[in-house]
Design a protein around this ligand. Structure first.
Ligand SMILES: [Zn+2]
Length: 321
């Protein structure tokens, strides 16, 4: 049974990779790292273009439709991924996420934070305020400010409606239209529900909501940095998080989830974050790096066998049952 589920996982992964490739081709997304000149442009601070941006659902699905789409995608994702149900772990991530969401540029949405049992270092967001982190990410972060930087970034994607924008662009292409021409508001019999589930599954696999342009990633970094700072976290946590991702991409690329693999190079993200902190954020000694709640989360992670190299997953699962 375990072998079967591994095989399934591999199949899902290859669908995901193929889907991402196809989507990249269709949307013309950059698949290679951009040079520093192109990345930074001519302006001194590459984040200046996001500074006065305002965000709404205008020209996209309404917020109500977005929430319904998110619910549908989440329902499907739950069937395909193993979610951690431990109230202590989930409660911690939910509280931290909400603290960041309340000071984001989209504070009134109901956000839902989930933990996926998966050793790769990954996080992603779906429309409607659904945010996911892998246990592998929780095992990797070493301070609450690092985790806040990741959650802030994902909330940034929700704020800027990046998933919805991808969805809208994808709909303009014939080959994807076949997948998504079902109305998300449709309420019908079992066959409609089944078709909707299948469509949601295909959309997830194709990475429509999780594969973003480099520019969207920069914008999410910008929004995430300011959200974590507004919530009282030391913004340098974002830099040390990027340094970790950079190390990981050199030493253990297999552990790096697909989302981080497609983000801009860590060196560029570190440079941009450093410039933004220097230019716009005052470093106050009261800024939070770590909390007792974070230590408790790490302790619980070890207890449940999700810490890195704690135990082989096979033995761990048997013991937990
Ligand atoms: Zn991102």
């Amino acid at each position: 049974m375990r072998i079967g589920s591994d095989a399934q996982k591999r199949r899902r992964l290859s669908i995901l990779v193929l889907g991402n490739l196809a989507l990249g081709l269709v949307l013309g997304l950059p698949t290679r790292a951009l040079g520093p000149v192109e990345a930074a442009g001519q302006s001194r601070n590459p984040y200046d273009k996001y500074r006065r941006a305002s965000y709404s659902n205008e020209g996209l699905y309404s917020e109500q439709e977005e929430i319904r789409l998110g619910e549908e995608l989440h329902k499907q994702l739950q069937k395909e991924q193993r979610l951690v149900r431990d109230p202590e772990l989930v409660g911690y991530v939910q509280r931290l996420g909400e603290r960041l969401a309340r000071v984001s540029k989209r504070p009134d949405l109901d956000y839902h934070f989930f933990i996926i049992e998966d050793p790769t270092v990954n996080a992603f967001a779906l429309p409607g305020g659904y945010v996911y982190v892998h246990t592998g990410l929780l095992a990797t972060v070493e301070s609450e400010s690092e985790l806040a930087s990741v959650l802030g970034h994902e909330i940034g994607h929700v704020v800027a409606r990046h998933g919805l924008k991808n969805f809208k662009r994808a709909q303009q292409y014939q080959f994807i239209v076949g997948l998504i021409n079902l109305s998300i508001g449709a309420i019908g019999g079992e066959s409609t529900a089944a078709r909707l589930g299948q469509t949601a599954s295909q959309l997830l696999a194709a990475g429509i909501f999780t594969k973003h342009s480099r520019d969207a990633e920069r914008e999410a970094d910008f929004l995430g940095l300011h959200a974590m700072y507004a919530a009282g976290y030391d913004p340098r946590g974002m830099i040390s998080m990027f340094e970790k991702l950079e190390r990981l991409s050199r030493q253990n690329p297999d552990l790096l989830g697909f989302v981080f693999r497609t983000h801009p190079p860590a060196s560029e993200r570190i440079r941009n974050t450093q410039a933004e902190i220097t230019d716009h954020l005052a470093l106050d000694p009261r800024l939070v790096r770590d909390t007792p709640a974070f230590s408790l989360m790490k302790h619980r992670l070890r207890e449940l066998g999700f810490a890195r190299n704690a135990e082989p997953p096979a033995r761990r699962r048997r013991r937990l049952r």
